[in-house]
Design a protein. Structure first.
Length: 85
């Protein structure tokens, strides 16, 4: 999620390497979800993760970020979801 937040809020830093890193993380997440979907989905709290990441992303990007998590699990693993692109 942190990589997607940076992608969205720091467009000047986007690169092919960054896109590949996000794609690799998505593949890993998709694989993990497929193996443990019911257990992970019960324990996954995107808003809690977002609240932890938000201050650092806002500071790095020098911009406001939404108060609540703008992404779903589907967004995080969707290879065609690239915020603000």
């Amino acid at each position: 999620m942190g990589c997607l937040m940076r992608w969205e809020h720091q467009p000047e830093k986007r690169s092919l390497m960054w896109r590949l890193a996000i794609s690799n993380l998505r593949n890993q997440m998709e694989s993990t979800l497929q193996e443990n979907e019911s257990d992970l989905m019960d324990r996954l709290d995107l808003n809690a993760v977002y609240r932890q990441l938000k201050p650092a992303i806002a500071r790095e990007a020098r911009t406001q970020v939404p108060d609540s998590c703008p992404y779903s699990v589907d967004d995080l693993v969707d290879p065609y979801f690239w915020p603000n692109e």
